[in-house]
Design a protein around this ligand. Structure first.
Ligand code: ZN
Length: 182
């Protein structure tokens, strides 16, 4: 088996195990791994399947933040390149939520091009979820989330025209849903 395919499958397997008890925040409570696979698919599409390390990193991008998997473990299992990408998109959980969100906006322009692409795919999946399976949030909080996601994405610049389109379509859908909601 090509090593590229193996690394992506092994990352999917690790992600499914590590996040096995985690659900998405939406009403449907989908398994969290659905989000990870969606982000990995978006990244793979945006790179024509030519960046397996980035695709593996997409599968693992929430493992440190949500499951406290040490980056060193990701490095020993998947190599330094994958671990560095995961590290680039991992927030410092010791900071308050508001501060973490502010820093995402501030840091977005300074990420590597591949980390930018991964962040754009992540935000696309999260904004899509506001329409497909809305969390139990007030409308104002949902609007605020969309505004914040747009700010982060603006800082990512031209990471990927394809993903940019996907993101904008998700924002338009979320705005339509939120307009009709009150
Ligand atoms: Zn995510």
């Amino acid at each position: 088996m090509p090593t590229e395919l193996l690394i992506v499958l092994k990352a999917a397997e690790a992600a499914a195990n590590w996040h096995s008890g985690q659900r998405r925040k939406g009403v449907a409570g989908e398994p969290y791994v659905n989000h990870l696979i969606e982000v990995a698919s978006l990244v793979a599409e945006a790179t024509n399947g030519e960046d397996p390390h980035l695709t593996a990193a997409a599968l693992l991008h929430d493992a440190v933040e949500d499951q406290n998997i040490p980056l060193s473990q990701i490095a020993s299992m998947f190599g330094e390149d994958v671990a560095a990408l995961v590290g680039e998109v991992t927030d410092d959980k010791s900071l308050p939520r508001h501060e973490r969100k502010r820093l995402q906006v501030e840091h977005a322009p300074h990420k590597s091009p591949r980390a930018k692409l991964l962040k754009l795919a992540d935000k696309t999946s999260n904004v899509r979820a506001l329409s497909l399976s809305p969390p139990d949030w007030t409308l104002e909080r949902r609007r605020e989330y969309v505004r914040w996601a747009c700010e982060v994405v603006a800082g990512l610049g031209q990471a990927s025209p394809y993903l940019q389109e996907q993101f904008e379509a998700a924002v338009r859908q979320a705005e339509r849903d939120l307009e009709g909601a009150d």
